[in-house]
Design a binder for this molecule. Structure first.
Ligand code: GLN
Length: 237
């Protein structure tokens, strides 16, 4: 396996975007890397700190409207994340974190400028989307169906410069038809849960992007498989 000798993971703005348990994604990535013998370095960057541009994977979680708008403002001013993307770093963003990667989103009735890292924008939907979220992931990513939990008022519209992450089979996602988006090494989703605990293959995809590996040694995913089966069964009942 090539790639970095230490995998540097950065959790962006735990003081603003940590209301939905998405920090679990950081723990899952760290654990799955360590189980493959890859040492990890975890850094939590609060919103009054500069974003380092040299990390391998950046994670951004969900949040309420106010903190989401503030996070977008600070990340735009900081530019560290933009420079990291320019160097090929991986970004995994959830819900508010996903919306703020686009060109604009609505928070507390006001249109806010996003980071313009993904060709998409978000507006408000007719009602809040809350509940199980599932979908068939873009076959090019080679990952089994997405399983997650969504809780958002926004709806997201994708431009031509980005691909949907999945085709919705339960829940709303972006707009009731597609869910999430990806381009290059940037991937966004509405799935909480946290998403990577419920979708270990997605975690491994991000790790493979970060270390430039075509595959990783398999792990025992018994508990994740049970959780996925239970949630998929809950959707059917
Ligand atoms: N505030 C955003 C919305 O409601 C994102 C919410 C979230 O991150 N769960 O659409």
């Amino acid at each position: 396996m090539g790639g970095p000798s230490v995998l540097r993971l950065v959790w962006i703005y735990p003081d603003l975007l940590s209301t939905y348990g998405d920090r679990g994604n950081l723990l899952i990535l760290a654990r799955r890397a360590q189980q493959r013998g890859i040492p990890v370095e975890l850094t939590e960057i609060r919103s009054d700190q500069p974003v380092p541009q040299s990390a391998d994977i950046y994670l951004i979680g969900g949040g309420e409207d106010g903190p989401q708008a503030l996070a977008a403002q600070r990340l735009r001013a900081d530019t560290g994340l933009h420079r990291a993307v320019g160097q090929g770093s991986v970004i995994f963003a959830v819900c508010a974190g996903y919306q703020l990667l686009g060109t604009s989103f609505f928070a507390k009735g006001t249109q806010c400028t996003g980071l313009e890292l993904l060709d998409l924008y978000s507006d408000r939907g007719p009602s809040r989307a809350v509940g199980e979220l599932a979908g068939d992931i873009d076959p090019r990513l080679g990952v089994p169906p997405l399983s997650g939990f969504e809780n958002h008022g926004g709806r997201t519209h994708l431009g031509n410069g980005v691909s949907p992450l999945a085709r919705v089979t339960a829940g709303v996602g972006n707009d009731g038809a597609s869910e999430g988006a990806w381009r290059g090494n940037i991937l966004g989703t509405y799935a909480h849960g946290p998403a990577l605990a419920r979708n270990p293959a997605l975690a491994d995809l991000l790790l493979r992007w970060a270390i430039g590996a075509a595959s990783l040694p398999p792990l025992n995913d018994l508990w994740a498989d049970r959780l996925r089966a239970e949630r998929m069964a809950a959707i059917r009942t």
